[in-house]
Design a protein around this ligand. Structure first.
Ligand code: FAD
Length: 547
């Protein structure tokens, strides 16, 4: 589309904010981008749609919202004093603690002055003659910068299903990813939670404690493991901090960017059933997902091996949930364990033993509409005072596709990605010069401790911008060939695992009509980081730099 059609041409450049780098998003990614770019002496500014910084941890305030990577790992590693001084009160950080941490980081590194809140970027247009991006906000503000970084998040576009009648509902409804800042009191209410992914699994036990009655509408059962959250053990914290730098280095040398889990050495099929179940039991007691998936080498590679772990967890569910029919509904059978995001919970399965909780199977009797008084399925009506949509996000591509991103007269990014996202290294897109993505499709981001990926990506991007400028060039872009080869590689790696067997948000399965493409790179963080370094060592192999 020509410039004029997006409305940029009519805007005087005098009125524009002029930057070296425009950053979209004020979460952990956008904030680290500012810090890193400032160190290069660049003028950068981040634009955030929300009224506060923090991204995921600003928006997702639902009861029980908590990280499922241990807090000593899920934190920035770029500053030794920061990581030594910050005290995490619990094994896993909850939403409030993580947001407090992010705010502390922003203050400590004086980042807030370069974040513009309440500002949604709606369009970005690259002018190939001037090698300049022009971004436009919803309010009409114009920003120009030679480089643009999309730190828009992977799980930042909440998805509310398009149920007939939703606006007729007389009670209140909420989405887990757009939770009211003041919280919600469900005391004495008849509540319906729709969705049993990570957010649903975290909130259901807590809402059940408040609600008069809770109906959980489940389409697909997900595997969940006990988190075994607990107050931080001071001795554990001391030892961890004593070796923080080494632990971070060790983490960056693993597939998930998480240290402390010795890599498995044996196939699940090489040991007796008794030995295997004892190993799974130990992991179950320890809590956490990485530890469990690290029990054997082939849990994500070999279906037969995976079946042993899946069945172990199904048997646990059958042991916890007293009503056999409910237990069977909660026991996932349509995907191998670990191939969808593995949930961590506190008393999730136990909650179904409460007299005020009912599981509703909407696979066999789907929801047909929301009525004035509740939810209607093909099996009947459920009267509710409040509905919670724990229905997830338009993951990985949603936020980027919502921005009208164009370069010259070429197709928009949404058009280019009509049949699935294409990137080189998950970092850049051919045809969209000087635009970087943090943890985009094709990056291992969502399959890792994401702050590590954010830092690795942003360090690479900062070095890249410095290199382009240092070389007296003003433009970098991946070749179409390099991009195609990377997409093929991402798919080949996924196909060598069990991941494609699941209908997950990794393939966009939760969004009707979204093309089925496996989006994350599951070749592991360490291998990916080495590959990115090799690309640079080979003179930015696969990229074209121009004057
Ligand atoms: C409930 C939940 C639990 C999670 N738990 C874990 C976990 O245990 N471990 C883990 O590693 N990761 C977890 N994640 C992933 C989490 O998203 C990342 O760890 C991390 O917070 C991502 O940071 P980010 O800055 O890249 O993206 P985000 O935090 O999503 O921030 C992106 C920001 O960009 C803004 N934005 C988007 N589009 C625009 C636009 N057009 N204009 C202006 N602003 C825009 C959004 O408002 C948002 O604030 C979880 C995610 C969710 C939703």
């Amino acid at each position: 589309m020509p410039n004029g059609q997006t409305g940029f041409a009519s805007t005087s450049s005098d009125a524009a904010t002029t930057l070296d780098v425009a950053v979209v998003g004020g979460g952990l990614g956008g904030l680290y981008a500012l810090h890193r770019l400032r160190k290069l002496g660049l003028k950068a500014r981040a634009y955030e749609a929300g009224s506060g910084i923090g991204g995921t941890w600003f928006w997702n305030r639902y009861p029980g919202a908590r990280c499922d990577v241990e807090s000593l790992e899920y934190s920035y590693s770029f500053d030794e004093d920061l990581q030594q001084e910050w005290r995490w009160p619990e094994r896993y950080g909850n939403q409030g603690e993580i947001l407090r941490y992010i705010e502390h980081v922003a203050d400590r590194f004086d980042l807030r002055k370069d974040v513009q809140l309440n500002t949604r970027i709606v369009a970005a247009q690259f002018d190939p003659a001037a090698n300049l991006w022009t971004l436009r906000t919803e309010a009409g503000e114009v920003i120009t910068a030679p480089f643009c970084i999309m730190a828009t998040g992977n799980l930042s576009t909440p998805r509310v299903p398009d149920f007939k009648g939703i606006h007729d509902f007389k009670g209140k409804w909420y989405h887990s990813g757009l939770w009211p800042q003041q919280g919600v009191d469900f005391t004495g209410l008849r509540v319906g939670v729709i969705g049993t992914g990570s957010s649903g699994v975290q909130m259901i036990p807590l809402i059940a404690q408040q609600a008069r009655h809770l109906h959980v509408f489940q389409r697909t059962a997900n595997f969940s493991l006990p988190a075994r959250n607990a107050p931080m053990d001071p001795e554990r914290e001391r030892i961890h901090k004593e070796h923080y730098a080494e632990r971070r280095a060790a983490a960056w040398d693993t597939p998930f960017a998480i240290a402390g889990h010795p890599p498995p050495t044996q196939s699940a099929l090489d040991v007796s059933e008794e030995e295997r179940n004892a190993a799974y039991e130990a992991k179950w007691q320890e809590g956490g997902s990485i530890s469990f998936l690290y029990a054997y080498t082939d849990l994500l590679l070999n279906k037969e091996a995976n079946d042993t772990a899946s069945e172990f967890v199904r048997n646990k569910i059958r042991g916890i949930v007293k009503d056999p029919q409910t237990a069977e509904l909660l026991a996932p059978k349509d995907h191998p364990i670990g191939t969808k995001r593995l949930c961590l919970d506190t008393n999730y399965y136990e909650t179904y033993n409460r007299p005020n909780v009912t599981l509703v199977d909407v696979r066999s009797a789907p929801i047909t509409e929301i009525t004035e008084t509740g939810v209607r399925t093909t099996a009947g009506d459920y009267e509710l005072d409040a509905i919670v949509f724990a229905t997830g996000f338009d993951a990985m591509t949603g936020a980027l596709k919502e921005i009208d991103i164009r370069a010259g007269n070429g197709p928009s990014l949404a058009e280019k990605w009509e049949y699935g996202p294409m990137t080189y290294l998950g970092l850049m897109v051919s045809g969209f010069p000087n635009m970087f993505i943090i943890t985009g499709p094709g990056s291992p981001g969502v399959k890792t401790q994401m702050i590590a990926s954010i830092q690795q990506h942003m360090d690479w991007i900062a070095d890249c911008i410095a290199h382009v400028r240092g070389a007296g060039k003003s433009r970098i872009e991946p070749t179409g060939q390099a991009e195609r080869a990377w997409v093929e590689h991402v798919n080949q790696v996924a196909d060598s695992t069990l991941y494609p067997l699941a209908n997950s948000w990794y393939v966009g399965a939760n969004i009707p009509g979204k093309p089925r493409v496996f989006m994350p790179y599951v070749g592991g963080f360490a291998g990916y980081a080495k590959h990115c370094a090799a690309v640079v060592a080979n003179g930015y192999e696969g990229f074209v730099l121009s004057p």
